[in-house]
Unconditional design. Structure first.
Length: 277
């Protein structure tokens, strides 16, 4: 096994591991790498849908997305499609997956099926490091507070994307939940800055103006380049990230407005998480 670091902040590309091996021993090796590096990448992994599911189940029960329909045969797999003539794609802002749920996603395993010849990278930012390096005055104001995370409603996930479909019983309602701004990782005990630009709307206990001002500073801090890594996709690559510890951003730098009208197709499986504390 070889581990190649992607940056000094987080992320590693792993070679010498076969993701078709869903044994307990292989899971333990991968999980230790995941906890250490927070996001890990594997290339040339031609795993089937069944193997993708079998791999993910090592981490726990699989999640059903609140709004988006999975594949007919494999409903736990969400196929993320950006068509050639679309400017937008899923995940093109800094976010933590489904942080608006009572129990947000624990981890995500994302496999590339079709990628553009250039562009379409995914960026990740380390939220343990973001908390450690946050301004001390801001830390004092937020360390014991909670924030509201909003789901934004089904239209946000479906209507703006031609390739995405909602559940047959479509619930368009927006809903929200409250989470600690600083959560403790249940496995490592590390403190994590748990807000994100896309879904976090207000700090509870502060006037909206002050909340907006503090959140703006936090979001800018989270996006600092020295907290991030960036992965350049190839076909049959797999990314696994600890959704409790990172935020991520799918770049859309290959859309028709720049003369790069290409498809990007990914299969996503999410593992159910726990309630942040």
């Amino acid at each position: 096994m070889e581990v190649k670091l992607l940056s000094g902040a987080l992320g590693a590309e792993i070679s010498g591991i076969d993701l078709k091996d869903s044994s307990k021993e292989n899971y333990e090796v991968i999980n230790n790498l995941l906890l250490e590096h927070k996001v890990i990448f594997f290339r040339n992994q031609s795993i089937s849908e069944e193997e993708h599911i079998s791999l993910a189940q090592n981490w726990g029960p699989l999640e059903t997305h609140a709004y988006v329909k999975g594949l007919d045969k494999y409903p736990k797999i969400v196929r993320i499609i950006k068509t050639k003539d679309e400017k937008n794609q899923w995940g093109e802002n800094w976010h933590t997956d489904v942080s608006y749920n009572v129990k947000p996603t624990k981890a995500v395993i994302l496999k590339s099926l079709k990628i553009p010849p250039v562009g379409g990278d995914t960026c990740f930012s380390n939220m343990e490091l973001a908390w450690e390096t946050l301004d001390e005055e801001i830390k004092k104001k937020i360390k014991d507070k909670k924030a509201i995370h909003s789901s934004l409603g089904a239209a946000f996930f479906i209507d703006n994307y031609k390739g995405m479909q909602g559940h047959e019983k479509r619930n368009y309602d927006e809903y929200s939940n409250e989470h600690p701004i600083v959560r403790t990782h249940p496995e490592t005990g590390k403190k994590i800055l748990y807000v994100n630009w896309t879904y976090t709307k207000q700090i509870i206990g502060l006037e909206k103006e002050e909340s907006d001002e503090i959140l703006k500073k936090i979001f800018e801090h989270q996006a600092r380049l020295d907290l991030t890594c960036r992965f350049n996709w190839t076909e049959n690559a797999v990314a696994m990230w600890d959704n409790r510890s990172v935020i991520h951003y799918a770049l859309t730098d290959f859309y028709p407005g720049r003369g790069l009208g290409h498809e990007r197709i990914m299969d996503r499986i999410a593992i159910e998480g726990d309630q942040p504390h």
